[in-house]
Design a binder for this molecule. Sequence first.
Ligand code: FES
Length: 123
Amino acid sequence: MESQTVFYELKVNGKTYRVDDVEPRMLLADVLRDVLGLTGTHLGCEHGVCGACTVLLDGLPARSCLMFGIQVQGHEITTVEGLAPDTARRFLGRTRSAMRILYIRHTHNHVMVPEAKPRTNSR
Ligand code: FES
């Protein structure tokens, strides 16, 4: 059976990208990393637990391993690459040692969440 592919646009870090010829079931984290080359988003548990894949979706933290890329069309996505250069540079270096990768995975959630908009109670 031949798999179906789709195309759509995503707005990431203020720039509009065309995502072309991908399967609709492709996770947002995989789209960011493998299609757009934004490798600052990492995958750890892939179950929504560790936070390594956290991005900001319309300013609020979201696990990119739990949603499809096609689901977030029309939303503003911010990855670690879209943060202030000084903040991102601290966590993304050229060194890719196993220790550094583990450090990045475990600190990624702590980098992205403080950048999120404060939640308001709308009740
Ligand atoms: S990879 Fe662990 S929460 Fe997404």
